[in-house]
Design a binder for this molecule. Structure first.
Ligand code: PXG
Length: 289
């Protein structure tokens, strides 16, 4: 594997970050996860824009322009001969001293890793996922806003641990007021009649790029799309539920907190959206020669 660090392409053995990097010491930094399908990088511009927005929100100056970063990503993909895979872009505050003060970090560190991805087993896409609500709440927007894709995922990792300890693969997280927020690395959607509903960003969720794509698909097939607050009651009584994320793509949910959703099988609307999404991934995106 060839890894990009600050303008250099290095082997996996050579690709090392200082222990004094504040990304390591404090989780001070931002990242993106991007997918590549059939030689095309999917929604590259959207991911780059979100990365720069995350960086701006934490007052981190990415030491290169968007075009230069896109070139670094494309070059990394080429050097790894990838046509399908997962790209991780990480920008940390950089090397400093043993103190929080970011003024001691003169230059942010930029890393690009491109590799194959292991998805959930195909079984889960066919039969659907069972999830459970965990006690850990999503970060409140007045602290580190969940729209910032920061290097500090501890809250979501705790949620994941709580779900795993209860025998589930994924956790449903509520916000501080008890409204449904999202899962640990995926946005959540429910279908009722012709309506597709997902929590608005004001609830405190990441503005998912897969979620946006799914909302566009739903509009295209004539569904009503709404971003509004809802509770677990609404999920329990909905006809279909699914999760969206760059890594997981679209995954049907068939049980939440032991309540069976719909008839306990992935629903027809969800399948329709998945089919259209899979079509899009093969034709949409930035081609890498
Ligand atoms: N919510 C959160 C909290 C996320 O971290 C999403 C939603 C989906 O957003 P996109 O733009 O990808 O549709 C994410 C995605 C993983 C993994 O391994 C996923 C994410 C980050 C790190 C790992 O599944 N983010």
């Amino acid at each position: 594997m060839v890894i990009y660090i600050d303008g250099q392409f290095l082997s996996e053995e050579e690709a090392k970050i200082s222990v004094l990097d504040h990304g390591y010491l404090y989780g001070d930094g931002v990242f993106e996860g991007i997918r590549m399908y059939s030689g095309c990088i999917f929604k590259l511009k959207e991911h780059i824009d979100r990365l720069y927005d995350s960086a701006r929100a934490i007052m981190l100056d990415i030491p290169m322009g968007k075009d230069e970063l896109i070139s670094a990503i494309v070059d990394t993909v080429k050097k790894n001969n990838l046509s399908d895979g997962y790209i991780r872009v990480v920008v940390s505050r950089g090397v400093g001293d043993l103190g929080l003060d970011p003024r001691k970090c003169p230059r942010p560190t930029v890393v690009v890793i491109a590799d194959k991805i292991k998805l959930y087993p195909e079984e889960l896409y066919k039969n659907g996922l069972e999830i459970i609500t965990v006690p850990i709440r999503r970060n409140i927007p007045e602290a580190v806003n969940p729209q910032v894709k920061s290097l500090n995922y501890l809250n979501n990792i705790l949620a994941k641990i709580e779900a795993i300890h209860r025998g589930y693969e994924e956790a449903l997280m509520l916000n501080h007021e008890g409204y449904v927020a999202e899962c640990t690395g995926d946005n959540i959607f429910m279908i009722k009649g012709n309506n597709l509903v997902t929590p608005p960003t004001s609830v405190g969720v990441l503005k998912g790029i897969t979620a946006r794509t799914v909302m566009d698909i739903a509009l295209e097939i004539g569904m009503e799309v709404r971003e509004e607050r809802f509770t677990r009651y609404d999920l329990y009584t909905s006809e279909e539920v699914f999760l969206t994320g760059t890594a997981a793509e679209i995954i049907p949910v068939v049980k939440i907190d032991d309540r069976i959703i719909g008839d306990g099988r992935p629903g027809s609307r969800t399948w329709q959206i998945i089919d259209r999404f899979r079509q899009l991934t093969t034709v949409d995106g930035v081609k890498v020669q």
